[in-house]
Design a protein around this ligand. Structure first.
Ligand SMILES: N[C@@H](CCC(=O)N[C@@H](CS)C(=O)NCC(=O)O)C(=O)O
Length: 267
């Protein structure tokens, strides 16, 4: 293991969480050793007071670097690249960096809410619908984010309709369309150009989920550029080390996860 000159990194994350997957991928690409602290969202561990001291929004992931608490996956990615400049994951060119940030914003604002609908319906709804009204009230009282409180309420009492889920799938297909267009126009290997960047990292958990929900989207005959990008991306050692596996397997509360205390990419 490489001795980390920047000190200790502790990652609080969910194995199946899209935002956590982004940060694991960034850490792996930068070959940074970290201590893995999995948080089980299905067991509401992220709403516990001790965790909310680390991330007051009650969301995963959170990264603690030498005792400093960092939240928001996109900002954590940028932070890592600033704090640890080796193996950059941001383009040096300001125009490309701007493009990278636009991708990251789209992921956070558009694609995360869409994928959450599918993921929650599958894994949270079966648990939350069993809660009594008193249990539900108690759980909702621990959720700091009003939008997520509403999400949890819906999972318990008013699950997403077929139309809402189809709408979410359409949004996710829109990501592939956007990628296909960008890669075709630029004719370059990565979303912002020649440099693999946080833009590619950010979309990865969503492309992985689309691969599971609608595999035809990644067929070379449908979206050749994106299919090619996906092949190149999944061959990266950083992707392998980030443990971005099958959603339903990693969402299982009993999923043991690899014992990631070091970054296995490290040599
Ligand atoms: N903008 C935040 C979003 C984090 C987020 O939504 N995390 C999800 C998992 S992907 C979560 O903690 N969900 C649990 C909940 O909403 O209660 C980030 O990028 O870090």
């Amino acid at each position: 293991m490489r001795e980390e000159p920047g000190g200790s990194l502790i990652l609080y994350h969910g194995w199946s969480s899209s935002a956590s997957r982004k940060v694991r991928f960034a850490l792996a690409e930068k070959q940074l050793a970290y201590t893995s602290h999995p948080i089980n969202v299905r067991k509401n561990e992220h709403h516990a007071p001790a965790y909310r001291k680390i991330n007051p929004n009650g969301l995963v992931p959170a990264l603690v670097h030498n005792g400093v608490q960092l939240i928001e996956s996109t900002f954590i990615g940028e932070y890592l690249d600033e704090a640890f400049p080796d193996r950059p994951i941001r383009p040096a060119d300001p125009v490309e960096r701007h493009a990278m940030r636009l991708w990251c914003r789209d992921v956070d604002e558009k694609y995360l809410p869409a994928v959450l609908k599918h993921n929650w319906q599958l894994t949270i709804h079966p648990i939350a619908r069993e809660w009594s009204d008193a249990e539900l009230d108690e759980k909702l009282a621990n959720i700091p984010n009003p939008q997520r409180r509403q999400f949890w309420y819906r999972m318990a009492r008013d699950p997403f309709t077929r139309d809402e889920l189809e709408e979410a799938t359409a949004v996710m297909r829109g990501l592939i369309r956007q990628m296909e267009e960008t890669l075709s126009v630029s004719d370059r290997p990565w979303l912002t150009g020649e440099t693999f960047s946080l833009a590619d990292i950010s979309v990865t958990p969503y492309v992985k989920r689309i691969e599971e929900l609608d595999p035809a989207q990644l067929d070379p005959s449908t979206n050749p550029r994106t299919a090619d990008w996906w092949q190149r991306l999944t061959a990266r050692p950083g992707f392998q080390a980030a443990h971005i596996g099958a959603y339903s397997e990693q969402a299982d509360p009993e999923y043991p996860g690899p014992r990631v205390t070091d970054n296995p990419v490290d040599t």
